[in-house]
Design a protein around this ligand. Structure first.
Ligand SMILES: Nc1ncnc2c1ncn2[C@@H]1O[C@H](COP(=O)(O)OP(=O)(O)O)[C@@H](O)[C@H]1O
Ligand SMILES: [Mg+2]
Length: 308
C-alpha cells in the first residue's frame, strides 16, 4: 500500500531524511520507531502530500504522491502530532467542517461524524471544545477524525506521546481496532514498548536513516546472544568453584560474581536451564531474574545511545 524508494528531504544544509526505503503491506501495522528529530514526521508529511521530497519517490497504492496528489490523499487519513482543532467550535462541529473538506455530502457526513464520536466513545462530549478533553480523549478524537473519509491507509504520528500509561493502553486498543477493520496503519513512535506490542513490522530510524528493519522478534534476535540471568544465592552455601563450573557450560558468554550475587550472560533459552541446574546442584538460590533483550537494548546496541 505504501512504498518509499531512496527518499531524501533536505532543509537547506540539513538532511532530515537521508535515502530511506520501506514498504507497508495491506492490512498491517507498520512502525516507524526512532528518537526525536529522526525524520519520522518529515516522512509522514511527504506521504500525506504536505511536503515535497528533495529526491526519491513515495508511492501510495502504486501512485506517486507528487504526481497524483488528489488520488493519493483520498486513500489516506492522517493523525498529526499537532491537532489543529478550531477552539471556537465544539468537537462535533469540528469533525463536520473538516469532513466537508473531503467533499463528503452533508447527509453522509452527519452519519460519519456520529459514527466517529461513537467509535471514540465521545458522544457525551460532543458539545465540548477540544481543549476541554483529557489527553487520551484528544488522541482518540484525532484518530477518529483521520477515519472520517473512510481511508484505506491511516498515518498516525506519535499517537500516544505524552499520555499516561492507562490512556496509552486505551489508544492502543483503538489502533488494534483499525487493523481489525482492515485498515493499513503506518505509525510513528519513540516508545519501544508501543512498537513491540502493536506493530507487525518495524523500521528503526535514526538521523534520517533506517538502521534496522524487521518484525519485533526479528529485531530482538539481533541481540539473541544477550539473555541475562541475575541470581541471588544464600551466602552460607556458595560453592567454591561456581565460576569455573558456569564458564564450562557452552553457550555461557560471561559470568560475573559479586559476593553472593551472580550475573550470567547466555546466548539461548536452553542455556538458561543448564545454568540453573548447575547452580542448584551445589547452592541455594534465593532469587532469579531473567532479562530478555528489549527493543531499547537493540537501539542501544545499534547506535550506542539510549533512545531518550
Ligand atoms: N520545516 C523544517 N525546517 C527545517 N528543519 C526541519 C523542518 N522540519 C523538520 N526539520 C528538521 O528535520 C529533522 C527531522 O525532523 P522530524 O521529521 O520532525 O523528526 P521526528 O518526527 O522523527 O522527531 C530534525 O532535525 C528537524 O529539526
Ligand atoms: Mg515527529
Amino acid at each position: 500500500m505504501i512504498e518509499v524508494k531512496d527518499l531524501v528531504k533536505n532543509y537547506g544544509e540539513h538532511t532530515a531524511v537521508d535515502g530511506i526505503n520501506f514498504k507497508v503491506q495491506k492490512g498491517e501495522i507498520f512502525g516507524f520507531l526512532g528518537p526525536n528529530g529522526a525524520g519520522k514526521t518529515t516522512t509522514l508529511n511527504i506521504l500525506a502530500g504536505l511536503s515535497l521530497p528533495s529526491s526519491g519517490v513515495a508511492l501510495i497504492a502504486g501512485q506517486d504522491v507528487t504526481k497524483h496528489p488528489i488520488g493519493c490523499k483520498k486513500r489516506l487519513g492522517i493523525a498529526t502530532q499537532d491537532s489543529n482543532f478550531d477552539h471556537h467550535l465544539n468537537i462535533k462541529d469540528n469533525l463536520f467542517y473538516q469532513g466537508l473538506l473531503y467533499g463528503i455530502s452533508r447527509k453522509e457526513l452527519k452519519k460519519r461524524v456520529e459514527a466517529a464520536l461513537r467509535w471514540a466513545k465521545l458522544e457525551k462530549y460532543r458539545k465540548k471544545r477540544f481543549h476541554q478533553l483529557s489527553g487520551g480523549m484528544q488522541r482518540r478524537l484525532v484518530v477518529a477524525r483521520a477515519m472520517l473519509s473512510d481511508p484505506e491507509i491511516i498515518l498516525l504520528d506519535e499517537p500516544t506521546t505524552g499520555l499516561d500509561p492507562q490512556s496509552r493502553r486505551q489508544v492502543w486498543e483503538y489502533i488494534k481496532d483499525l487493523k481489525e477493520n482492515g485498515k493499513t496503519v503506518l505509525l510513528t513512535t519513540h516508545y519501544m514498548e508501543e512498537a513491540d506490542i502493536l506493530c507487525d513490522r518495524i523500521s528503526i530510524i535514526d538521523h534520517g536513516r533506517i538502521i534496522a528493519y524487521g518484525t519485533p522478534d526479528e529485531l530482538k534476535k539481533i541481540l539473541d546472544n544477550d539473555i541475562v540471568i541475575d541470581i541471588s544465592l544464600n551466602p552460607e552455601v556458595v560453592s567454591e568453584h561456581i565460576e569455573r563450573d558456569l564458564n564450562s557450560i557452552s553457550g555461557v558468554n560471561y559470568v560475573k560474581i559479586r559476593n553472593h550475587e551472580i550475573r550470567v550472560g547466555v546466548n539461548d533459552d536452553a542455556v538458561v536451564e543448564q545454568v540453573l541446574i548447575s547452580i542448584i546442584a551445589k547452592n541455594k538460590i534465593t532469587g532469579i531474574n531473567i532479562i530478555h533483550p528489549t527493543l531499547e537494548d537493540v537501539f542501544l546496541h545499534l547506535t550506542g545511545r539510549e533512545m531518550r
